[in-house]
Write a protein that binds this ligand. Structure first.
Ligand code: AMP
Ligand code: ZN
Length: 115
């Protein structure tokens, strides 16, 4: 838990969200400012700044996040048409919240290359 981290506050229920998926290590919830008809954020409950800050001893959390994605996709009806997963990392990645999070975007065709 890092003070003043908004996603730590969500993970510890200080800020309430409607979880789309949750287990003891990860939680997924709707993005407050959706960029697609379906836009969910999937986060580890423990604070990790970004993808580059994952320590070898934390790497199981990446497996846990990956395992949650198909469950979330199934729950949100994204398995037929597919979806996109985005991990914005640091400045050039466009990261604005400095707690590792996966964007899961669906419900429309995504553009490539991304902006
Ligand atoms: P990024 O720009 O990749 O760091 O993404 C941060 C995302 O967090 C943005 O899409 C925001 O809309 C979203 N966000 C920020 N605060 C909240 C919140 N309280 N609840 C849900 N999503 C949020
Ligand atoms: Zn945090």
């Amino acid at each position: 838990m890092q003070n003043e981290c908004i996603f730590c506050k969500i993970a510890t229920k200080q800020i309430p969200v409607e979880p789309i998926y949750e287990d003891e290590q990860v939680i997924a919830f709707p993005d407050i400012n959706p960029a697609a008809p379906v836009h969910v954020l999937l986060i580890p409950k423990m604070h990790i700044d970004h993808l580059l800050a994952v320590k070898p001893q934390d790497s199981a959390i990446l497996a846990r996040l990956s395992a949650a994605i198909p469950k979330i996709a199934a729950k949100l009806g994204l398995t037929d048409d597919g979806f996109r997963v985005v991990i914005n990392t640091k400045k050039n990645g466009g990261q604005t919240v400095h707690h590792l999070h996966y964007h899961i975007l669906g419900g429309r065709s995504m553009n490539w290359p991304p902006g």
